[in-house]
Design a protein around this ligand. Structure first.
Ligand code: UDP
Length: 385
């Protein structure tokens, strides 16, 4: 099947990593069209997945844009829509992976008569998107999409609550290449020593630095834990959240945590770093659509603690495959960190159970087969019309 994938980002977020895994089986017949250049293009090229940067003009509309800003930005989208429409004629299906990709893909689908699939990786709620943006997404999807793949039930529920047609939706969780998490290549003790954290209980946080990812909650919790608990913050500000990065550094200084917190920036060696941690913390303050990091921690057989919101509660069985705490509740998080440190056998049992369950539920081969079947059905239905 010939697929034109569209994604607005040049950078590597969860949606882009997920698309890389989905596009791989189609690499001889697909194109990934990007609306910005960057490390995402480099990763796709490295994986030999055809990629083209379709524009380098920034699309000014933001997640909180109002109606006027959105209409203004539509003008700047016209050349891109024309370009995508022309390219789409060589493909059987348009697969929009982000919201701006949906806007461009929806019009290109209308003009090229190619079916549109929208892979929704976001919770369409006021926490994350303005009313205007939610309306645009839902209206275009309801009118023009043949299928909406949502990455969790929480994402599906928010789409329907925003006015989306439920019969279009299908929940498909992210899949993961299981072998990538089995590697023993790097000795965890060596990494701990290299970080200068040998003998410490290491809590790992793996996420872009952004206020709603809640790194500040982990820092608050650290002050309520033993001085032998340290944290590594892995990830960078991807979408211009420099003020937050500054805030985090200031918080570390003010709370006297300089010896216990390390900022490692964006890393591509997530697996060995996770394996060097004693616990992975996921601290989103707003509902998380899915939370790839949680599944990755499970596959690395590391204990996980996560804020109970959005798709997270679909991933973790509380006290069996991980710990849940109330979003924003740093004392509760501190308590769980302490429990995990004091009860290593219980933590190891939970991590083993999580690893086994996650390997069953989030196997990339199964997920890719599921998506292939859904896309076949879209093409078949289109051929009848
Ligand atoms: N990630 C990474 N390097 C980093 C930080 C994060 O490769 O330095 C990866 C992480 O392993 C995960 C993804 O980025 O696969 C983030 O996905 P998630 O669903 O957790 O959050 P999103 O970015 O989609 O909000």
């Amino acid at each position: 099947m010939k697929i034109l994938f569209l994604d607005q980002s040049g950078k590597l977020g969860g949606a882009e990593l997920s698309l890389t895994d989905l596009a791989k089986p189609y690499r001889h017949h697909c194109l990934v069209g990007l609306f910005a250049d960057g490390t995402f293009r480099e990763l796709l090229e490295h994986q030999q997945i055809p990629v083209q940067v379709l524009t380098t003009e920034p699309i000014r509309v933001k997640k909180d844009s109002g109606i006027f800003q959105s209409l203004e930005s539509m003008n700047s989208l016209v050349p891109l829509i024309i370009k995508v429409t022309q390219i789409a004629r060589d493909y059987q299906l348009i697969y929009a992976n982000t919201q701006k990709a949906l806007v461009v893909g929806a019009f290109a689908s209308l003009f090229s008569h190619r079916p549109l699939v929208y892979h929704l990786h976001d919770i369409l709620s006021p926490d994350h998107f303005s009313l205007t943006n939610r309306r645009i997404a839902v209206t275009l999807t309801n009118r023009l999409a043949s299928l909406v793949i949502t990455n969790s039930q929480a994402t599906q529920t928010a789409f329907i609550a925003a006015g989306g047609r439920s019969e279009l939706t299908k929940v498909v969780y992210n899949g993961f290449e299981l072998n990538s998490y089995k590697t023993q290549a790097n000795d965890p003790n060596h990494i701990r020593k290299k970080l200068g954290l040998d003998g410490q209980f290491i809590v790992g946080h793996f996420s872009r630095l952004s206020p709603w990812k809640g790194q500040h909650i982990l820092l608050e919790a650290l002050t309520q834990c033993s001085p032998e608990v340290s944290a590594i913050l892995v990830g960078d500000a991807l979408f211009g959240e420099q003020n937050y990065v500054q805030h985090l550094h200031q918080q570390v200084a003010e709370l006297g945590l300089k010896e216990r917190v390390q900022f490692l920036g964006f890393r591509s060696d997530i697996v060995p770093l996770m394996k060097a941690c004693d616990l992975i913390a996921h601290t989103s303050t707003a509902p998380e659509p899915f939370g790839r990091v949680i599944v990755e921690a499970m596959l690395c057989e590391r204990p996980i603690v996560a804020a109970a919101g959005g798709g997270v509660i679909e991933l973790i069985e509380a006290e069996k495959t991980g710990w849940l705490f109330s979003p924003n509740n740093s004392p509760q998080l501190a308590q769980i960190i302490t429990t995990c440190r004091n009860q290593p056998e219980r933590a190891a049992t939970m991590a083993r159970q999580a690893q086994s369950q996650a390997s069953q539920r989030f196997n990339l081969n199964t997920v890719n087969q599921q998506i292939a079947q859904l896309l076949d059905r879209v093409i078949f239905t289109q051929s009848l019309n």
